[in-house]
Write a protein that binds this ligand. Sequence first.
Ligand code: NAD
Length: 332
Amino acid sequence: MKSNLSYLKKLELFKELDDYKDDQFFAVADQRVKNHLPQWISFSPNIFWLKQPEEEKNLEVFGNAVEFFLKQGICRSSTIYAIGGGATTDLAGFVAATIQRGVPWVAIPTTLLAMIDGSIGGKVAVNMPQGKNLVGAFHLPERVLICGDFLSTLSEKEWMSGKGEVLKYGFLSREVHDLILSKAPIEEIALACAKHKSQVVERDFKETGERINLNLGHTLGHAFESTLKIPHGHAVAMGLRYLFKVTGNDEALAEWEQLAKALTLPVEKLELGAFFHFDLKSFLDYLDHDKKKSGTTLRLVIVKGIGNCYTEEVVLKDFKAKICAHADFKSS
Ligand SMILES: NC(=O)c1ccc[n+]([C@@H]2O[C@H](COP(=O)([O-])OP(=O)(O)OC[C@H]3O[C@@H](n4cnc5c(N)ncnc54)[C@H](O)[C@@H]3O)[C@@H](O)[C@H]2O)c1
């Protein structure tokens, strides 16, 4: 059940990959990282390239990828490599979970978000018209090869998204919290986040207990992501901030400010006032359909202290009333 994490420099990664340089090297890869990769991968006929990974994370492209690999002669002993951000690793992992009833896969995450979250933990999926990640499987990668050198070409938007998710780990892990505040190099912080998630997943693979805490900030986060059309990690950072505001958790809010500043997140872009088009009704409707809701309650992850979180069922109606009564939402 162990997810095998390694941190490598680019040359070390290339050396590892060179060992698999044969007609049995199969990969799903994001076109955008082509220039980062050794030339033999760019020219390999066994790579299923993605141009717009999030748009292509669907059943149709999943089917095309499966057909492609079968035509290329993939067999049960083959391994599929996933090279890209979280959308690429989600799609590739799902292909690996289903081809010939499951072949091994190796994740090579290339965005900060995928390095600390998306590629770790074996939740693999595609999106459906009815919502994100609705068809998928639990299929752990054999290895996760983290190489910080990929980060050099990330756009500002993707940096912000990754750092938003790092902020969450600052509440879940004392080690990550202290690394952020001491302004450690982002690669070191990323590795600590990845290790934290990996250890939690090892103890609770199917998310029946402690893994639920990894959803901290995601209830409001998903509602922001859907209604404001902003990247996932950006929405998680806002989800955390407004969770603390709405529940009156002033201590956690003060920590949030400190962590966000240390991560050089643009705090002004993480408040509702920055969005002219916020639609409160759609936001509240989204909470009604949140998949963690059971009946009339909603499951929230609450921060008691750093590294000390727990889940609480709250009455949806009361929680929505608190949101509506909050000054920031009132003035939106
Ligand atoms: N399975 C999980 O546990 C889990 C957890 C969190 C998120 N996710 C999924 O991950 C996805 C979000 O992850 P993401 O933000 O990495 O998305 P992504 O894969 O769409 O990547 C974001 C953008 O960055 C580009 N990109 C990738 N690597 C790059 C690089 N090195 N330099 C420049 N650009 C690069 C991509 O082409 C894309 O445009 C969502 O689909 C989400 O559902 C999954």
